[in-house]
Design a protein around this ligand. Structure first.
Ligand code: ASN
Length: 253
């Protein structure tokens, strides 16, 4: 009798343990794990909404294709760039894909995947602005986005060229300021400006060319989520091999 009761207790204990395992927030009913991926707000051609309100773009297509290839699920949170990094640091996101430049400074805080896209920073001005070089910025207002590579570059040259620097949360706000004349120029990633000029979304020029050439990477918090990083790199390599990576890039050229 005693032994029977002990056996039942042990069985109940085991069931409780296995139930807890099933209830973990990051695993779904199936064996596929769900990762929370944070991204920027509208950032063409990397993340943007189509006419049906679906998030599309190089980053969105890539992460979905990688998730499919590596058999994991994703939940995408479109937060804004600075907010995406904050979410990652707070443990509210497992990874960030947001047209994010791999820099030595960021490597102190994040682990990056293999690079997946070439980038750099350019000055964007309205076509009829008359701004042809950084010298023309003297005494004028320039705008950049919080926590970005574009802002870092603007901060670096601000005193040399004597301009005022305004900082906003979203690229869209930045472009609006330049369009309205509140600012004469913005500093933004070259592929974003080039794409938006090409599609006619911006009637802008990039008179000074590409600064700080670099690459985009997918980021996880340093020392955390090595599994996810490995899956991203493996998936990326597979997509490069099977032609899907080239197809995604070609879609947004
Ligand atoms: N391209 C920016 C950076 O790497 C990120 C962004 O604006 N989405 O700083």
């Amino acid at each position: 009798m005693k032994m029977k009761r002990l056996g039942a207790l042990m069985l109940a204990g085991l069931m409780a343990i296995s139930l807890t395992g099933c209830g973990s927030s990051s695993s779904s009913g199936s064996s596929e794990k769900t990762y929370i991926i944070a991204t920027d707000k509208t950032y063409p051609p990397f993340e943007m909404e189509n006419d049906q309100g679906k998030l599309i773009g190089v980053d969105m297509d890539l992460i979905r294709a990688i998730a499919k290839d590596q058999k994991f699920k994703i939940k995408i949170n479109s937060l804004g760039f600075d907010a995406a990094c904050t979410a990652l640091e707070a443990g509210e996101a497992d990874g960030v894909i947001a047209g994010m430049t791999i820099t030595d400074e960021r490597k102190q805080k994040y682990d990056f995947s293999k690079q997946y896209y070439e980038t750099g920073v350019s000055m964007g001005v309205k076509k009829d602005s008359g701004i042809k070089s950084y010298d023309d910025l003297k005494g004028k207002t320039v705008v950049a986005k919080t926590s970005t590579a574009g802002l870092a570059y603007a901060q670096k040259i601000k005193d040399k060229y004597g301009f005022n620097l305004e900082v906003v949360e979203e690229s869209t706000f930045m472009f609006e300021k330049v369009k309205s004349g509140e600012a004469v120029a913005c500093f933004e990633d070259t592929p974003v400006l080039k794409y938006m000029i090409k599609t006619g979304e911006l009637d802008f020029d990039t008179p000074c060319g590409n600064e700080n050439p670099a690459y985009y990477g997918f980021a996880v918090l340093k020392g955390e989520n090595a599994d996810l990083l490995k899956k991203f790199n493996k998936g990326l390599a597979n997509l490069k091999k099977n032609g899907q990576y080239d197809k995604i890039l070609a879609k947004y050229e």
